[in-house]
Write a new protein. Sequence first.
Length: 453
Amino acid sequence: MQAKPQTAASSKLERTLGPVMIWGLGVGYVISGEYFGWNLGLPAGGTLGMLVATGIVTVMYVCFVLSYAEVACAIPRAGGAFVYADRAFGRRIGFLVGLAQLIEFVFAPPAIALAIGAYFNIFLPSVSPLLIAVAAYVMFTGLNIYGVKLSAMFELVVTVLAVGELLIFAGVTLPHFDMARFTADPLPNGWAGVLPAIPFAIWFYLAIEGIANIAEEAKNPQRDIAIGFSSAMVTLVVLALLTFVSSVGVDGWRSVVFDAAGAQVDKPLPLALGKVVGENHPLYHLLITVGLFGLVASFHGIILVAGRATLEFGRVGYLPKMFGRTLAKRHTPAAALIGNMFVGFIALATGHTGEIITLSVFGALTLYAASMGALFVLRRDEPELERPFRTPLYPFLPAVALVLALGCLVAVAISNALVGAVYLGLLVVGGGGFVLRDRLLGERWSGDRGSGN
């Protein structure tokens, strides 16, 4: 006997988001990747290796977004990739893809929180960056619990400010671009350095797929999601390339990785800007202050989308039912948001930004490959499914995205064996628990299964 689905009153989300809001969320999820994280790939890849990695990753994301938008518009559910995989491949594969999605969205915010702490520490050197990170978690989890419309408005405002800051940063630094410095030591580890640079190139775009997870809250999901995906991707490609060139071109790649003491840091833009105007210049402090909005935009936005992914797991019974409920008046997944926050606290305690980023990347690449597979299966098995947006150049674009996602997954695993083992361990433990519970309880606990029907 199947478990009864939860009532609409206990799990529904409000439809309040238009295309501009969705663009703001899509860019906001990702834009912190322009502010930090990508620079950690430079010691391995150098300027040229990182550029090659970024080029490969950019092609993958463009093909992926134009393909992912099809299933997101056809099946507008908060579970995103989990729902598509469940529908295409069945419960067990769907569960593993959903778990990979949770790993991506739950572990990305701690990495951003550590960077927020590092940026604030510039102005508040006596305050622990970790304490700042924890405070940020509590504040923005609370904002997301308060209401999605207010959260989306806040996200749009800080995203516009963050985009503006990147443009101003480029305007200040590009006049100081030096080709000799930009190309100095371009491959410190030879072409082999491209592989370990890939996770940090992915950080330029990671989490844009979160747009699919707010599809239930779009006013017209079949139209607005497609517009949001495409416009956000164009914006991010331009910003990623502009930020990379303007930062590294000032004084070479080492100057945006290591501080004066030789320590590797999470704030490449302040390092580059300090070389141009000095750390005591008013413009430096103004731009660094505004630059915090980029980190806040992604931190806040991914907390929002992670809550929706956890909500869907709770809805179908793969997590305790409390995580599948929303507040009666505000229609926000409070329990899911709070649960994710406590997992984030555990990740914060490690203090290893690079490893947390890489763990999130493993989840993302699994999601990308599985979603493209789901697109092919659903095209074959459900030709009658209403598809308001259809992937251009099908099957070429999803095939390219699938091959590149799998290739990047192998490359990241080769260059990050330990983190890969942790990721695999999470999947094995989660999958083993799922199979065991499935055998003990059968279909009685499968609930709604998020089929999107």
